[in-house]
Design a protein around this ligand. Sequence first.
Ligand SMILES: NC(=O)C[C@H](N)C(=O)O
Length: 531
Amino acid sequence: MAESGRAARGGTRVLGRALSFSEPSPALEIGGGGRTAAEVRVLVINTGGTIGMVPRSEGLAPEANKLAGALAKIPILHDATYAKETKLYSRLALGDDSLVLPLSKENKRIIYTIIELSPLLDSANMTPADWGKIAKCLETNYEKHDGFVILHGTDTMAYTASALSFMCENLGKTIILTGSQVPIYELRNDGRSNLLGSLLIAGQFVIPEVCLYFYNKLYRGNRVTKVDAESFNAFSSPNLPPLANAEVDITINWETVWRSNTTKKFEVHTNMNCNVGLLRIFPGITTAAVKAFLQSPVEGVVLETYGSGNAPNNQDLLEELKKATDRNIVILNCTQCLRGSVSLVYATGKTLMDAGVIPGADMTPEAALAKLAYVLGKPQLSLAEKRKMLNENLRGEITVVPIGTRITLKDSKFIQGISKYLCISRKEELEAVRDALTPALACAAAKTGDLDALKALQNMGGNLSSGDYDGRTPLHVASCEGNLELVTYLLESGATVYAKDRFGATPLMNAIKFRYDLKVLFGKGEARCEK
Ligand SMILES: NC(=O)C[C@H](N)C(=O)O
C-alpha cells in the first residue's frame, strides 16, 4: 500500500478543519469533463463464502485477514496513486483495511473499508444468529457510510438477503450482498467483477433496499433464489425483473425500486423466531409425517405446495393442518414452482385456506421463511396482527397488482401534448420524455409548493427521487424552502434524505443551512437528521 494507514493515523486535518466520518469529504480532484470528483464511503462486511476462500486439504475454506491485502494489489480495486497523492490514509484516519477505487465514470471516488466477521463462514453454516451479527454491524456503522456491501457465500445468500430485508426497518441506504462461485484469488474468477459492480452501485445510487448483485445484475434480495451451482450466473429473480443492469452503463430500473413510506429512524430487529420450518408437499406424503412436523416447538411453517398453491384433498392431512392452525401455528402457503403465484383457482388450494393457511402470493420459500421468523419474532403483536402482517407486502417481497387508479402516461394531457408535438407514441419514448422532464418539473413544483403537481407527476410514474442536472431532488428544494407539507409528502413517498447533489449536499444539509428545525421538518427520524 503506497501510504500506510497505520503510520498515518491521527492526522485528520484537511483544509484547516477536522473531518468527521459523517461529513461529506471535500472535492479533491478534477474528473472527466473538468468536474470535481466527490468521495463516498462504503462499508464492506466480509462474512465468508467462496469469494475469499483458499484450498485446504479438506477442501475450500475461508481465510481470515487476507482479503484487504490481496485487493490492495489489484489496480481495478485499489488506486494506490490516488491514495498517496491525496494523503487519503492520514486525511481520513484510515487503516490498512480501507481501499479506494479508481475514479468512476460517474466521477466518484469510492473509498471502502472492509470489516471481517469472525469466524468467516461457509454460508452453509450460517444461522439466524449470524444474520443478527450482520444486522448489528449495519446498525452500528449506518450513519458513517453512504452504502454497504456484504460478502457472503452463495449457498444461503438468498436466505440472508431475505432475512436482512425484514430485519432492516426504515432502511434509507443501499445494502448489497454479493460473493462468487470462484475465489477472488484465482486467475479466472467472478469475484472481482461482482465486488466491483456492488461497490459502484452501493457507492453511487441510493436504492433503499437489501439487494443482491451477481453476474451484472442487481436484484431485490428477497426475490432471489440460487438456481445454478456451477454457472457464474447463479441467481434468478423469477417474479421481479432486476433493479439494475450493469452493462456498458449501469441502468437502474427506478420504477421497480422499493421505497418505504416512513420517516422513522433506521433500526434493526434481530429477534428472529427460530421455531419455523419449510415443509415440501410431495405425492404420497403421509398424514403422520405432516403431524410429526407440526409438533411443538414449531410455531410457523412454510408449506411448499404444487402449482398455484395446491395440496392433496386428503381429509386427514387437511384435518392435521386445521388442528395446527387452531393451536396458533402459522402456516404460509408458497408454490414449489420457480415462477408464479399462489391463487385460489383450484379447489385443492381453496381447502387450504379453509384450514387457516395464509396464501403467500409469489413469495420465494426463502423470503417466506424469513418473513415468518421476523413476524413471529415480534412478541408485542397479537396473533391476528401477525397474520395480518404476513398478508401484507412489507419489503416488496410479494407482487401487489395495483387497483386501477394510476394515470397512465397516455392519459396525461401534458405528456400527450408533448408527444403529439414530438410525434412519438411508443411507450418507451413516452417514458423517456417523462423521465427527462420529471426532475425539472418536480423541482419547480417543490419550489412553488405545488403539491398537486407533485402528486400528478407521481401518478404518471415519475420518480420523485430523481435529481436534475445538478443532482438536486425535489426534497432538496422543499428543504431549502422549509415547506413542511411537501417535505412530509416526499418522505412518505419514499424520497431519500441521503441523496447528494453535485456539491455533495443532502436535503438535511440544505435544511440546516437555511436554519429550519429538523425535528419539525423531518419528523420522527431525528437520528437521520444528525448529518
Ligand atoms: N459459492 C459459494 O460461496 C458457496 C459456498 N459453499 C458458500 O456458500 O459459502
